[in-house]
Design a binder for this molecule. Structure first.
Ligand code: FMN
Length: 297
């Protein structure tokens, strides 16, 4: 069996890669001695991600996941521009395994107080900035108001929410009530509020939802920011996945808060604060409850 066929057989593990709204936008195409990673346009987020930043980060995370899987399978594969996976002289050098890929998950519930150790941040390498959670409390309110108050962005979120197990795509993709750590009551409220959106928006839904998220960063914890080092967003997505897996090895979970970089006002304040171009922002810590395994196609 060729290396392409072996990796194809293990595609389900590669698909454990993270993506914004769990859209799973990658489209691997299998050729005799090469795999090209295309994009499914129906799985992009043109309104919430107009520059394609998160799309490219998700593709990069998928590429890195494929390389980790191929290394453990003993395949000699590397990444090339495109992105593509191509034969290489050696196995991809990585400390991570298929078990790490399978165990990785985003955790959106409460975390125990405590900041990430400086030694752990140093292990993540350059291009990561630290911000104490409390410093971002008011910016998160502004960003959430922008998210829920911008009709096209809120509509895109609504399209990827699966707030009840009765949703036909509950086990396939998108964000479930359980993955979002919502109670049954909260899920029903959000579902009804977004269904009646034009009305609820006028009635103050954005402010209400933003206020409900106010407590999320009100503890002594850490937010980490992945900074751009060049224009290669796929490479940044590979770095993002390695960062999240390294943190997971220390028992630390992540909770991305991309609205802070999507909302123009908070994005520019964050850039000033960290002295660089933020590509991804995530809360990091020890979750108080075990996060759920997210859906995949
Ligand atoms: C580039 C990128 C941006 C993301 N932004 C957010 C976000 O703003 N809020 C959030 O809760 N999750 C965010 N996520 C996490 C995804 O929703 C998550 O990876 C996906 O639902 C699959 O779940 P899992 O990572 O637990 O497997 C983001 C993930 C990526 C790769």
């Amino acid at each position: 069996m060729s290396w392409v066929e072996r990796l194809r057989e293990n595609e389900a593990i590669c698909r454990r890669a993270p993506s914004a709204h769990n859209t799973q936008p990658w489209r691997p195409e299998y050729h005799p001695d090469e795999i090209t990673i295309g994009i499914d346009p129906a799985r992009s987020l043109p309104d919430s991600d107009p520059t394609g930043r998160d799309l490219a980060l998700g593709i990069g995370a998928f590429v890195e996941t494929c390389l980790i899987v191929s290394a453990e399978l003993g395949l000699t594969v590397t990444a090339a521009p495109g992105p593509r996976l191509v034969p290489a002289a050696d196995r991809y050098a990585t400390p991570f395994t298929i078990a790490d890929v399978e165990a990785r998950r985003v955790a959106r519930g409460p975390y125990a107080p405590g900041r990430v150790d400086a030694a752990v941040i140093a292990e993540l390498g350059p291009g990561i900035a630290h911000v104490p959670t409390r410093d971002l409390v008011s910016d998160l309110v502004v960003a959430d108001r922008w998210l829920f108050g911008t009709p096209a962005v809120a509509a895109e979120l609504r399209d990827w929410l699966r707030l009840s197990p009765a949703h036909p795509r509950y086990h396939l993709d998108g964000l479930t009530d359980r993955a979002l750590a919502l109670s049954r009551y909260e899920a029903r409220f959000l579902s009804a509020a977004l269904r009646a959106y034009p009305v609820t928006r006028r009635l103050g839904l954005p402010a209400l939802l933003a206020a409900s998220g106010r407590g999320l960063l009100r503890y002594d914890g850490s937010v980490l920011v992945l900074l751009a080092d060049d224009d290669d967003r796929v490479a940044a997505g590979r770095r993002l996945l390695r960062t999240w897996l390294t943190l997971a090895r220390h028992g630390l979970a992540v909770h991305p808060l991309s609205q802070l970089v999507d909302c123009p006002a908070t994005a520019s304040r964050l850039a000033e604060r960290v002295g660089g171009e933020p590509l991804a922002v995530f809360r990091v810590g020890r979750p108080l409850a075990e996060p759920v395994r997210s859906a995949r196609r």
